[in-house]
Design a protein around this ligand. Sequence first.
Ligand SMILES: Nc1nc2c(ncn2[C@@H]2O[C@H](COP(=O)(O)OP(=O)(O)OP(=O)(O)O)[C@@H](O)[C@H]2O)c(=O)[nH]1
Ligand SMILES: [Mg+2]
Ligand SMILES: [Zn+2]
Length: 293
Amino acid sequence: MLTQGVVVKVYGGFYYIRAGNAVWECVLRGRFRIGQQRVLVGDNVEFTIQNERSGIIENVFPRRTTLLRPRVVNVEQAVIVLAPRDPYPNPLLLDRFLIQAKDAGVRAYINFNKIDLGTEEIQELAATYLKIGYSVLLTSAKEKTGLDELRKILSNGITVLAGPSGVGKSSLLNAVSPGLMLKIGSISGKAGTGRHTTRHVELLSLPEGGFVADTPGFSKLGLPEVDRVELAGLFPEFEPYIYTCQFTGCLHMQEPGCAIKKALEEGGISSLRYNNYLRLLNEVVERERRYLK
Ligand SMILES: Nc1nc2c(ncn2[C@@H]2O[C@H](COP(=O)(O)OP(=O)(O)OP(=O)(O)O)[C@@H](O)[C@H]2O)c(=O)[nH]1
Ligand SMILES: [Mg+2]
Ligand SMILES: [Zn+2]
């Protein structure tokens, strides 16, 4: 008999599968190991129960969404966590993540945590992203402030918490739901310690409803497989202008009659976002060149 479940963790060659309130330690049926298919956290699977603790994965259902980093599938929403400092926010990394989420069809929220350390560093950033339609959350896991909005988002469907190491992703989840008892980075250590505390993606179920993936921090993120003309479409605030540029295929650099450059000059598009767009465009063009070689 086949049982349906969700992969909540992949570790040491085992796949941990939750069905109902129990978790089974499973291996893959041989044919999965031969093919290209990898089974990832978030996958919906069918497995055969061998005994009360272990089983064998027989089938993997099609995925609704796929994120490459953090590597998790079938999430509906993503909360990208940043901090005013320790570590300082990196807007280009934020934009890379937002692009990945938009390309994957995952709704993104921005959460500035550690606001007990100050808000000066993030005020302009927060305003920029609010203006283009993202929800921006301000929290302190330490002082337990701003958690209600996060709690509400997490109670809804399947969410992933993503962001650099040390911003407080695991701390936030512990603050929202103390029963989780996730390991967090130490504050006492010398510089460099307390990084990469969370080592594996893990999908947790929240007692208030909803599922959330805690994930290891990342500091590098590539771009999805888009071509140079498509990139601007992944910047939501560019979208209304794209079709009014004079030239189809406009890359919004120096072309005459570019509606994006005009919006930039008139303040409708922020220079932070536009400059990040140019950097990422350059990266896409470079990538295309390498493919053509
Ligand atoms: N001041 C302050 N410190 C915090 C806050 N939230 C977390 N920290 C501290 O930041 C450090 C990192 O917290 P973690 O929760 O381990 O960070 P993480 O994002 O899960 O890191 P990784 O698992 O490595 O990706 C710990 O020392 C926390 O105590 C906060 O709101 N304010
Ligand atoms: Mg963590
Ligand atoms: Zn243009």
